[in-house]
Design a protein around this ligand. Sequence first.
Ligand code: ATP
Length: 773
Amino acid sequence: MAPTTAPPPLSGKKRRIGVMTSGGDAPGMNGAVRAVVRMTLHYGCEAFAIYEGYDGLVKGGDMIKQMGWEDVRGFLSEGGTLIGTARCMEFMERAGRLQAAKNMIVKGIDALVICGGDGSLTGADKFRAEWPGLLKELVENGDLTEEKVEPFKYLNIVGLVGSIDNDLSMTDATIGCYSSLARICEAVDSVDTTATSHQRAFVIEVMGRHCGWLALMAGVSTGADFIFIPEIPPPDNWEEDMCKIIKKHRDLGKRKTIVIVAEGAHDRNLKKITPQHVKTLLSEKAKLDTRITTLGHVQRGGTPCAYDRMLATLQGVEAVKAVLEATPETPSPVICMIENKIVRRPLLEAVAQTKEVATAIHAKDFDRAMLLRDAEFKEYWQAYQITTAADQPELMLPPEKRMRIGIIHVGAPAGGMNAATRAAVAYCLARGHTPIALHNGFPGLIRHHSDEPMGAVREISWLDAESWASKGGSEIGTNRGLPSEDLETVSLVFHKYNIQALFVVGGFEAFTAVSELRKGREHYKAFKIPMTILPATISNNVPGTEYSIGSDTCLNALIQYCDACRQSASASRRRVFVIETQGGESGYVATIAGLSIGALAVYTPEDGINLKMLDRDIDHLREVFVKDKGQNRAGKIILVNEKASKTYSVQIIADMIAEAGKGKFESRHGVPGHFQQGTTPSPMDRVRAVRFGVKSLQHLESFAGKSRDEIDDDPMSAVVIGIKGAKVLFSPMERVEKRETDWKLRRPKDEFWMSLKEIVDTLSGRPKLPPKE
Ligand code: ATP
């Protein structure tokens, strides 16, 4: 995932790098500005903010300001853009760009990092293409001398995509899209409760003129009954179709109806599908009491979610590196995210491909429009379809391919467990499988056999699971207990209920449980069935994946807690909060939360805590408070993982800081504890739960009809699904157990996020400890 802070600037020249935000604002843009400014300074270069987008570049003067380290303090948690944005007509004309070029040279800036949508990036690329001509013209006009322009022959442009629509091709996520999705989901969840009370239907319009990402993801996250997106218009008879599906859901007992319409939705003839039209159909044909809610600009606003803060930060870091590594021949890059990996892509191609989507839609070539979107988008669309409509006879498998699939939760609850289960149930029912809930984990099964003859093993109906999309906790009950408590009984229960495949949702215990069942195959035939684990734990410590569902919900809860602590210090200002995070033996949560809130220091179990570190950090705090002239009236945060040290608890660290800071600063400690499990799961956890849930079930299904021995022989019959770098894949348990697992410390041997710690430190200005002798 991680860009590192390692390589130094390549040229000897002290570069001056400008950063701007342009086009529509998006939550997270400030985090990008902070990262660009601080990384620029870290590399010994000079940073400039260009205020009000291209307008500032064209006007010059005070609109282009040199930025110091302290100028971006507190930026990470602010929504919108603090350096302003604008739509600038002058920059669309060559004369405006000529003026912009002159202003840049006058300020000595030869590289620009632009955070904006495809329009802003198009403008940027045009600017770079014209740059030599603009310089020539400036000299010919007598505006600047030959000597003055000589050092500025090459303009470096790097794009960061800041856009709530997530409309740029070649990246899975743009800065702001998950915050916007969070706003939408909050709204839909709120509408949901009133819709259920009154048995109403709601038609909700969300943003997205050429891109249905927000509408699709909102549909997946909330379990909406029907969605309309521009890339895939509904079939010609959609009016009937929609009413039929919704009626079917009502007949099955659903009390509410949610339809999500993207702003740019249309039918196959490009006739706009308006919320009003959908409402009329639902009212008149389906006879539902229907209301329209248009979310509008609410979707743009608010504080950025954890993911956007992290994405913006990592992309900002990578952007500065890209500037410093560029040669005159390097095409301008745009910084993208593929699954969990930051990558550079050619800016021009990404913009061209994005524009092509709109062209394809216009030409009614919807297959091509979809082809031009990322693979992830397509998977989400398929997952939405298969997990939504209750009646899809065309998807049914022949009877011999249908399976009885056990679903079990293991370990502590994590956001998204229910969404994954709902998706699995809906998938099973769509394909003709029987979804069977194994309640309260393995101890539930073991007890069930001895003294609870009814209840712990039950088929789940469509209606049971239908409302679970947005629910936190575990609806089927979860337990940390392992099958090894009584493997014999577990096998008897599997046998008795003819469990032919197992879908396990949970954390390290789930991983351990499947490992035990896999090894138990030697003695128990009942375990010779396909098994898949969907990692779900706030600690994100399951081997075989870089991401567990629930971890994003946890990070959001944690940054909310930290933001509140910080704000509480705005009266006294000189306060340090030492906050304990969960995460077991893995410092992931502490580190990523640290990245997302701009923590001053993060202590992890991987590094431990010693006196030298504390001493260094206390010295650093002294310096920070000396430098802080009141630009940012908020407290500072230090995050400490619960297992980072047996000696130095958050209370002790806070006391040490308070003692050292006497009269200059004070300190408090905080333990958010179970608050970190969050309440409502974050949209990212929900959508990934659905996508991975569906993929897991497809994997289990691929074993239908195979003999137990064939299954036993196939290493892929016990797998963990996960994200590794830019890929989502299944990893065979046997290999992951042996090669990738640190059993003692209950975490993966290689933790992908370790390099991110350096970025947290760099961006907070934390000094490095001298190397050990
Ligand atoms: P959003 O996704 O929110 O619409 P955007 O970056 O696409 O963001 P635009 O309004 O299209 O927003 O572009 C922002 C600014 O970028 C414009 O006001 C203009 O100054 C500049 N710009 C856009 N397109 C071009 C172009 N083709 N040539 C030069 N400048 C452009």
